[in-house]
Design a protein around this ligand. Structure first.
Ligand code: AMP
Ligand code: MG
Length: 393
């Protein structure tokens, strides 16, 4: 049985080996999707010598003299003339600096402002002139395939005129909840029943991971019923995520069914507490995850394993955001044989508050969490005040 890190490497490598394909989409539809082509600058940036301030374009040699204002250059206007000795041009931020000028003096620093003539301090040392090509040169690669397209990437795509970027197709994920105790959220649970929350939590997490959830609803803990639903979900999706039924109880059929159904069951019961167990296998056409039905475990294992997997399918290497903080309480555990990921809340002052959940892992626990901290196997805990690394969620 691989350990958790090995299992993660195994699934992400498999995902990368079966990419989902690509499609071209409208620029804004590419937001939070994975870029599938390298992007190069189509021109120098900036393409012309640009003023970075409102002021006067001058010749440095003339500073201190009375200067004749020969024109006003608005952003987007082509300068009409080159500056001669003791001439200057009023200029706006973003406008092209006229030939002959070698500096821009900010409006605020003009000594004798006037419409026809001005004087600048002779000691003025700034230039406020951005040379062409200083940000990038034409042909230079600016974005690489595999990058996640966030708002600044949208800006770059717009800047190079890429209005129809090539992105990875979104993997489709069939979500299937098993459990005879479950009713759908719009029903009032009868005696000894609870509502199905995992299908919706999982679907929301699939959407956040830039993939497409398809809800296959609820299946009772019955071998035949699970088999039928699973086959349909496998046929219709790139990935299937099942919730519940993977422990060792009398009615936990999912692991056995996956074993029979899939080409290969690559591992079962791998994973850190409180997420374990996790089952993973491949069919000819789809990948399957079986996650614990406990909503907290379900969340954590999706976060730690399924999310990086889905990104890898789309060609993106997921790296979680992390932060450091001082622990505001003690973490202490008795058995140290397992890896543990604990939900924590990060206060505004950066202090990290453990959320007690190991005993009673209710569905609302993760609502308070900003991240997870890792307690490796062999480590009993951390004292209050310890500096801990938080994996943000
Ligand atoms: P299981 O993994 O099937 O052993 O379920 C573990 C716990 O999670 C049990 O208390 C279940 O009632 C609960 N559970 C299972 N599936 C769901 C679900 N879809 N939504 C909410 N709770 C669930
Ligand atoms: Mg169950």
């Amino acid at each position: 049985m691989p350990d958790f890190q090995e299992a993660l490497a195994l699934v992400t490598n498999l995902a990368a080996g079966r990419p989902v394909g690509t499609e071209r989409v409208d620029l804004l539809d590419a937001f939070h999707r994975v870029l599938a082509e390298d992007i190069t600058w189509d021109m120098d940036m900036p393409p012309f010598r640009q003023s970075t301030r409102d002021g006067f374009a001058c010749r440095r040699a003339d500073l201190g003299n009375d200067l004749e204002v020969v024109e006003t250059i608005a952003a987007g206007a082509v300068p009409r003339r080159a500056l001669g000795p003791n001439q200057c041009a009023k200029i706006m931020t973003g406008a092209a600096i006229p030939p002959g000028a070698d500096c821009v003096v900010m409006l605020e620093h003009i000594e004798h402002p006037g419409d026809a003539s001005i004087r600048c301090p002779s000691s003025y040392s700034e230039d406020h002139a951005c040379p062409p090509g200083v940000h990038a040169t034409a042909g230079e690669t600016v974005l690489r395939a595999g990058e996640m397209i966030e708002a600044p990437h949208i800006a770059v795509l717009a800047s190079v005129g890429c209005t129809w970027p090539l992105v990875s197709r979104r993997p489709t994920v069939g979500v299937l909840a098993t459990g005879s105790e479950l009713v759908e959220p719009d029903c009032k649970p009868g005696p000894c029943r609870i509502r199905n929350s995992n299908s919706f939590q999982l679907s929301a997490m699939v959407i956040a991971a830039s993939a497409v959830p398809r809800n296959y609803g609820l299946v009772v803990d019955d071998k035949g019923a699970i088999q039928t639903a699973l086959h349909k979900a496998i046929e219709e999706n790139d990935v299937v995520v099942l919730s519940g039924g993977i422990s060792r109880g009398d009615y936990d059929f999912v692991r056995g069914i996956l074993e029979e159904t899939l080409v290969e069951l690559l591992f079962d019961r791998v994973g850190p507490a409180p997420g374990r167990p996790v089952v993973f296998g491949v069919s000819d056409t789809a990948f399957c995850f079986g996650l614990s039905g406990n909503p907290v475990s379900n969340f954590i294992m999706f976060e730690l394993m399924v999310k990086p997997f889905l990104y890898a399918m789309a060609g993106h290497r997921f790296r979680p955001a992390v932060s450091h903080g001082e622990l505001a309480g003690t973490i202490q555990r008795r058995s140290v044989d397992k890896d543990l990921w604990l939900p924590v809340a990060v206060a505004e002052d950066g202090r990290v508050h453990p959320i007690e959940c190991r005993k009673w892992m209710g569905v609302a626990v993760m609502c308070k969490a900003d991240g997870l901290i890792h307690v490796p196997a062999g480590v009993a805990g951390f004292p209050e005040g310890a500096s801990v690394l938080v994996r943000r969620i």
